[in-house]
Design a protein around this ligand. Structure first.
Ligand SMILES: Nc1ncnc2c1ncn2[C@@H]1O[C@H](COP(=O)(O)OP(=O)(O)OP(=O)(O)O)[C@@H](O)[C@H]1O
Length: 248
């Protein structure tokens, strides 16, 4: 049986509301409310739900970017990396691509020389099928898809066991989305990666995720094997979510 790489137990995060003038008020609302799930080694686990359902807040807590009010997220690997929605923001437009990718290893350099780091960054570019000739370009000179390949190269540089992907294809057009999905799928097999794959797009999730959890108003309302959830959802909200895609 595969080992568990991530265990999320009862994660809860509340945010203060704001009044009409934008001032924080005392009233708190749970953006994430008692969320629990686990991810096995080599598994792709999807988190779906409409905008505002708490997916990103969950991802930030898993990645350690946000402190939960209650509950915990236990990562049993060595390295976890997060890839964000907007690759153009994630890549510095004024830095050469090779330098932005190399940043991924600077905190973990383990005595590697600059040349060795550069060689590793070039190997990561090969893995994401970004031609080495792009290394000397500046971030601003890449297309959205190329930029997302570069951010994925940066993320895999330290060989993480888990990649948290938050709407990683939302900013890309459909044909480029498909290429990035194929890339993520092949990296999963090549590197034995596990994914927490967040998306509001059920079609994308069903193309890559082994299991899926559906979030609604901060809670998981349904969880199971992706094909079972899509073919035979038990929860009313999930049914509506799936129907809305199928009738598009
Ligand atoms: N820093 C914050 N301060 C106050 N409220 C927040 C903050 N971050 C998120 N929220 C609120 O928490 C709720 C969940 O937001 P979250 O971004 O996690 O949802 P989401 O499902 O990822 O949505 P989307 O798909 O649009 O990114 C929303 O109502 C949002 O307005």
């Amino acid at each position: 049986m595969a080992e568990c790489i991530l265990e999320v137990k009862d994660l809860t995060k509340r945010f203060r509301g704001r009044d009409k003038k934008g001032r924080e008020n005392a009233e708190e609302q749970a953006a994430v409310d008692g969320v629990s799930f686990s991810i096995e080694e080599g598994e792709c686990f999807g988190l779906i739900g409409e905008s505002g359902s708490g997916k990103s807040t969950t991802a930030y807590m898993v990645a350690g970017l946000l402190k939960p009010d209650e509950g915990e997220s236990l990562f049993r690997g060595h390295h976890m990396q997060m890839v964000f929605q907007d690759p153009m923001k994630a890549m510095n437009p004024r830095k050469r691509v090779i330098d932005s990718i190399s940043e991924g290893i600077l905190y973990h350099r383990n005595g590697l020389s600059r040349t060795e780091i550069r060689e590793k960054a070039l190997e990561a570019m090969d893995m994401v099928q970004l031609d080495r000739s792009f290394a000397k370009r500046y971030g601003r000179e890449l297309s959205g898809g190329e930029c997302q390949r570069a951010t994925i190269a940066r993320a895999i540089l330290i060989r993480p066991e888990l990649l948290v992907c938050d709407e990683v294809t939302s900013a890309l057009d459909v044909s480029v989305q498909a290429q990035i999905m194929r890339l993520l799928d092949s990296l999963k097999n090549q590197l034995g990666l596990s994914y927490l794959f967040i998306s509001h797009d059920i079609a994308l999730v069903s193309s890559i995720c082994d299991r899926v959890a559906v979030m609604y108003r901060g809670k998981i309302v349904e969880m199971g094997r992706t094909k079972d959830v899509i073919a035979d959802s038990k929860d009313e909200y999930t049914k509506k979510l799936i129907d809305s895609v199928l009738t598009l």
